[in-house]
Design a protein. Structure first.
Length: 211
């Protein structure tokens, strides 16, 4: 099954600062609009992945996994997980269902995200940005893009990161996620730290409406 015909090929665009990151230096993406700012030289395109992106996505996964997780679990476990979890076959069904996203910069896939949805809960299964492109707003743009595309069809976004991946924890906390619980998914690995962010509108007492 191919992607639905009504789907727009480009979800949004994210301005990329080439040399340094600046806190809040990048706009949230606005689908279909490009707003250039002084000093910005390139624009990363946030869009649904296609079959043609598979090799680029695998390269992002392998490079980013090795850089992120080797210090936490060692290279042997990383390579074993890459061989099982980052395969073309594993990506294809997600791509066909429109659950995989990429950021492209100058024609190269530099980041990817994947999600699944069930019972109005969107699970962000993967969010990986090439280390060479960290801190440029691309991860935020992908996260916002996935949330925006889900729109009113989900109430909450949940995700997990590996305990010890403090940069990821800080990234999600700064974007409104709150830790809900921890669990051990794989024996011998650190805990998965689960976080959630409600998409329901806030009511005056600071809680979220029930829908
Ligand atoms: C975590 C990650 C997805 C964030 O994407 P990003 O494009 O680097 O992040 P953005 O540029 O949108 O936002 C910058 C924020 O990311 C955080 N961050 C995490 N790692 C960073 C890094 N290596 N360099 C700069 N910022 C980093 C900072 O907290 C920063 O917060 P601030 O803007 O409040 O100062 C990305 O760094 C990444 O892929 N990391 C390795 C893989 C990983 O841990 N993925 C998440 C698995 S659950």
């Amino acid at each position: 099954m191919g992607p639905p015909r009504h789907r727009r090929p480009v979800l949004g665009l994210c301005a990329v600062r080439p040399h340094h990151r600046r806190r809040h230096g990048l706009r949230r993406q606005h689908p279909g609009r490009v707003r250039r700012r002084p000093g910005l030289t390139r624009v990363a395109v946030i869009r649904h992945a296609t079959v043609a992106d598979v090799e680029g996505i695998l390269a992002v996964g392998r490079t980013t996994w090795r850089a992120t997780y080797t210090p936490l679990v060692g290279s042997e476990r990383v390579e074993s997980f890459l061989a099982r979890w980052w395969t073309a076959a594993g990506l294809l069904s997600g791509i066909e269902q429109g659950r995989v996203w990429v950021a492209g910069d100058a024609g190269q896939v530099v980041a990817m995200a994947a999600h699944s949805t069930r019972d109005r809960v969107l699970t962000l299964d993967r969010l990986y940005v090439l280390p060479s492109h960290h801190g440029r707003g691309i991860g935020t743009a992908l996260l916002d893009g996935v949330a925006a595309a889900a729109g009113a069809t989900v109430d909450v976004i949940v995700l997990s990161y590996l305990d010890g991946n403090d940069a990821a924890g800080e990234f999600y906390t700064a974007r409104g996620f709150v830790e809900t619980h921890r669990e051990r998914d794989t024996p011998g690995w650190p805990d998965d730290v689960w976080m959630a962010r409600s998409l329901l509108p806030r009511v005056p007492d600071g809680t979220h409406s029930a829908g």
